[in-house]
Design a protein around this ligand. Structure first.
Ligand code: SAH
Ligand code: SF4
Ligand code: F3S
Length: 461
């Protein structure tokens, strides 16, 4: 699709004409950042640059950062420090740092001072201003641009996706929930839904380009449309997107349990393109802790949703996020989480040690849990989930369903892999030609915690 280029992007294109510059974008954090990086790549490609696969070959290196946990921050600082020598060897190299961590004014300014060889620092709300910022950088300026004022939804930016059959599509930005541990509402701003027409047009255009699976992105997709007058809700959006020709699968994430409605459960059960997987972060199994986290549901309400989902959609799989060691979490609270994991039966759980984030309510709470306790609880929780995953896998022997083939490892005996509608991955003998097609696979055995099976018959419609 030919897109209209903004005036600064046209000027950048003109400025860089004949320079054949290579860019390298490194992305940290969640799918939101992955999607933002695709838009960054789209702008850079439109300006005439090309992607390179090694930092050493790049003329522009950009880090798109995350700050959801401490560990991400440390890695980034190390990564930037490591570029000092490269910059000395190649003075024309432009270094840029953007994303969630840079949306924190104080952190951005500190980094800008600490690394004088970094040319550009900008926050999440400045993404569409990248062409202007690059013009300034190529004119020899250093810029630190962080603002929480210009929060808006920009449509029609160029985008460069990696290809394949699957694509991410934003349906909303930001978050209003202010879970007490979480930095995201501070760095991503308030909830803004995209117009349904804009989402629909993007998905239809992707389907036209040959993408057959889309993943709708939002911090809390279940509250889609609530910020718009006369907006449509998430289940209605799913119904609308389901009518797009050529599209075969619709995934979405993340679902907040407090807003998961019966209509959504019905939409998953009845719309054939909507996949049978819900990522439903529980965070804790203790009502006391859930309250302190400001999650807006109880363990009983959560387990009720889990029960309803299984009842309406028998082959559904759920995945979750869990935090251990939230301030004030006792051994008893933690055992409530263990019991919930035992009961809910997740296909997978993404588990984290609580990491205090400056500016959030939980960081100021008394009774911070010791590192040793966090480590111990994380280990016990991971051991339990590993056992549950193994048990869950056992029920797949003999299971048969349609898989979108995502890739193939070319070993002596090539092994292809893909996912069922419910997000379970399966491996089977196959070849590269199959990638991107939908085939029926029967699970025959479990190998090293993975499902292994065989292809059945021809391509399925
Ligand atoms: N919007 C999503 C989650 C986004 S952040 C939701 O509400 O479910 C992804 C995950 O990171 C969260 O689900 C949570 O488990 C974890 N997380 C967020 N802040 C954290 C913190 N301060 N310490 C540890 N884990 C955290
Ligand atoms: Fe963070 Fe909670 Fe918003 Fe998720 S819903 S992004 S955990 S504040
Ligand atoms: Fe990280 Fe920002 Fe996502 S803080 S988890 S990249 S929204």
């Amino acid at each position: 699709m030919k897109r209209f280029l903004s005036e600064p992007l046209q000027r950048l294109q003109y400025e860089l004409a004949d320079r054949d510059l290579g860019y390298f974008v490194e992305t940290f954090g969640c799918q939101m950042n992955v999607r933002d990086s695709e838009i960054i790549a789209g702008m850079l490609e439109s300006a005439g640059m090309h992607a390179v696969s090694m930092k050493e070959d790049a003329d522009l290196i950009l880090f798109n950062t995350c700050c959801v946990r401490d560990h991400a921050e440390k890695r980034l600082l190390g990564n930037i420090g490591a570029l000092r020598q490269l910059k000395e060897r190649k003075p024309g190299l432009v270094l840029a740092v953007c994303g969630c961590m840079m949306q924190q004014q104080a952190v951005a300014e500190r980094l800008f001072k600490r690394f004088p060889f970094v040319n550009l620092v900008f926050g999440t709300h400045m993404l569409d201003r990248l062409p202007e910022l690059l013009l300034a950088a190529y004119a020899g300026e250093r810029v630190c641009a962080v603002s929480a004022e210009e929060i808006h939804v920009t449509e029609g930016l160029p985008s460069h996706r990696p290809g394949g059959a699957s694509a991410f599509v934003n349906i909303m930005y930001g978050c209003n929930n202010f879970c007490t541990y979480c930095i995201v509402p501070f760095v991503r701003g308030p909830e803004r839904s995209r117009m349904p027409e804009a989402v629909e047009a993007e998905v239809a255009s992707l389907a036209g380009e040959g993408y057959t699976e889309i993943t709708l992105l939002g911090q809390n997709v279940n509250s889609y449309g609530q910020d718009m007058e006369a907006g449509i809700g998430f289940p209605a959006l799913l119904a609308r997107l389901s009518r797009i020709d050529g599209l075969r699968r619709i995934r979405f994430m993340t679902s907040h349990p407090k807003d998961l409605s019966d209509e959504l459960i019905q939409a998953i059960a009845t719309l054939p393109k909507v996949c049978h997987h819900v990522h439903l972060p529980v965070q804790s199994g203790s009502n006391r802790i859930l309250k302190r986290m400001n999650r807006g549901y109880t363990r009983e309400k959560y387990l009720e949703i889990v029960r309803k989902l299984h009842e309406a959609v028998p082959d559904i799989e759920l995945t979750t996020d869990i935090i251990v060691g939230f301030p004030g979490e006792t051994e008893e609270d933690f055992l409530d989480t263990m019991a919930l994991v035992e009961e809910a039966g997740y296909a997978a759980a993404y588990t984290f040690k609580y990491s205090p984030r400056q500016g959030t309510a939980a960081a100021k709470m008394a009774q911070q849990v010791s590192e040793a306790d966090k480590r111990d609880r994380l280990k016990r929780l991971n051991d339990l989930q590993a056992k549950k995953t193994r048990e869950n896998n056992e029920k797949y022997i003999g299971f048969n369903g349609r898989v979108l083939i995502e890739g193939c490892d070319d070993k002596e005996q090539p092994v292809a892999f893909g996912k069922f509608s419910n997000f379970k991955m399966v491996y089977f003998p196959g070849n590269r030609d199959l990638v991107g097609s939908y085939r029926t696979v029967t699970v025959t055995e479990i190998r090293k915690n993975s499902l292994f099976g065989r292809l059945e018959g021809a391509e399925t419609e």
